[in-house]
Design a protein around this ligand. Structure first.
Ligand code: DUC
Ligand code: ZN
Ligand code: ZN
Length: 463
């Protein structure tokens, strides 16, 4: 017995056409017409768009930061994700200092297994690089299907790694077929600018962006690309925010370097004026790198339009305004960094990207699903609508406007940076490996059934 979605428009990264789609078990088995078998369930989706389920390749669920943890854990975060049309997330499992990668992996499985409404995989964020960790990287690639590793060039004395470690890691990643993902900000520069600001008594959230200038992002982006070229390894820049950093990436792509770059809705839709919000409200936008100028926003849109960027992720790292962000009430440098977005990504990118024609519908699919699947070893199982692929399908009703509000979102955090934003269209149904998890916009699943995804390596360019 199967399910046939009848009357919708199939949209992939390359095509858009009217057709029905048949699901059997966990997979799509046919796309075309007259697909119904006796006993099949028929679901009418007239006028709707059928997208491959969204893939968010950058989340932080249940991440401890100092004495607190992120507001969303795997259960609340993935529930919100799937209600927003995302069926797969890749979370940054994090190695804490002194920990082996094996222990960090087990730790993240304990957080996620049996609790995820979406399918999920892990990147591994390495914060304590040494030769044993280097050996373990291959083991994670081969045995755990963790084929991407993150390094921070910022957060001196906690997460930051030095250039020697980064170069070694890139070399090791090349050996074992892994992709290195990098947070690009010069952490020493940020550390010094924060010290200077505090010494002058500059303590409000407005100083957050001033201590993390574009040039610190540009320099780190340029440096890691140079290191990747030396190691002849591919590199993926997470959360790229600025025109300057995009220019560095573009120049490297033109030289033939295997460099990829991700941006996020917050950098496309919000800007530095948010830090002028009344009172302590600017803390809601304390994320790193920080929000930039209007011109940077336009450059990022242009980068998407022209194919210079590769993915749109969220960097969902939610902290409550009350109880978390207010740890930095008298010192902005103590405000936990991050903002929520896993539930709103697809709707915002459709509304502010596709509807005004800033990106095409195919680009929308490419950036929110297909490219992430390709870069992170999930394609063609995920990231497209085709016979043989997992039946991860977001049925999008382009009619009906709504206004985003923390009151109606499902993320377990007490604010959204997109409060009052209009959304055009809405998630109607979502299927995860053939099971209908969202029906008419409501959760239709009594328990989390997401599975862990062991991923393949990214093919590397020769030479
Ligand atoms: N970088 C991330 O990628 N996530 C949360 C905070 C940060 O700085
Ligand atoms: Zn980061
Ligand atoms: Zn992140």
């Amino acid at each position: 017995m199967g399910i046939v979605l009848v009357g919708g428009r199939i949209v992939t990264a390359v095509d858009s056409y009217q057709a029905d789609l048949r699901i059997e078990g966990e997979q799509i088995v046919a796309i075309g017409y007259d697909l119904e078998h006796p006993g099949d369930e028929r679901i009418l989706v007239d006028g709707c768009l059928l997208f491959p389920g969204g893939i968010d390749p950058h989340t932080h669920f249940d991440l401890p930061v100092g004495n607190i943890s992120t507001a969303d854990d795997f259960e609340s975060g993935t529930k919100a994700a799937i209600l927003g049309g995302t069926t797969t997330i890749l979370d940054y499992a994090t190695q804490f200092r002194g920990e082996t990668l094996k222990a960090a992996t087990l730790n993240w499985h304990r957080k996620a297994d049996g609790r995820s409404y979406t399918d999920y995989g892990f990147h591994m964020a390495v914060t304590d690089w040494n030769m044993q960790v280097a050996q373990e990287m291959s083991m994670l690639v081969l045995k755990e299907g963790i084929t991407s590793f993150k390094f921070y060039m910022a957060y001196k004395h906690t997460l930051q790694v030095d250039d020697e470690s980064l170069l070694q890691a890139l070399g090791q990643a090349k050996e074992c077929g892994a992709l290195v993902c990098v947070h690009c900000e010069n952490g020493d520069v940020v550390y010094e600018l924060v010290r200077q600001a505090r010494a002058k008594g500059q303590t409000t959230p407005a100083y957050h962006p001033l201590t993390r200038p574009v040039t610190a992002e540009k320099e780190a982006t340029s440096r890691v690309i140079a290191l990747a070229q030396i190691a002849q390894a591919p590199v993926y820049i997470v959360h790229l925010t600025s025109e300057d950093a995009l220019q560095v990436v573009t120049a490297a792509k033109l030289r033939g370097t295997q460099v990829y770059a991700e941006t996020c809705p917050q950098y496309l839709l919000l800007n530095e004026t948010c830090y002028q919000a009344e009172g302590f409200n600017g803390a809601k936008y304390v994320l790193s790198p920080p929000l930039r100028s209007r011109q940077d926003q336009e450059s990022l849109w242009s980068g998407l339009r022209t194919g210079l960027l590769d993915t749109i992720a969220t960097d969902h790292c939610a902290f409550n305004f009350v109880g978390h962000k207010d740890l930095g009430l008298t010192d902005f440098s103590l405000i936990p960094n991050g903002a929520p977005g896993v539930e709103t990504r697809m709707g915002l990118m459709y509304t502010y990207g596709v509807v005004p024609g800033k990106i095409s519908m195919n680009q929308f699919v490419n950036y929110t699903s297909t490219q992430a699947a390709k870069l992170f070893g999930l394609f063609p199982r995920k990231g497209t609508l085709a016979p043989g692929s997992d039946a991860d399908i977001t049925v999008w009703d382009p009619n009906g406007d709504s206004v985003l509000s923390v009151e109606t979102l499902h993320q377990a955090v007490d604010y959204t940076p997109y409060e009052g934003f209009q959304q055009n269209g809405q998630v109607k149904h979502v299927f995860l490996r053939g099971r209908q998890v969202v029906r008419e916009g409501q959760l239709h699943e009594s328990q989390p059934r997401g599975v862990y995804l062991s991923r393949k390596s990214l093919p590397q360019k020769k030479g």
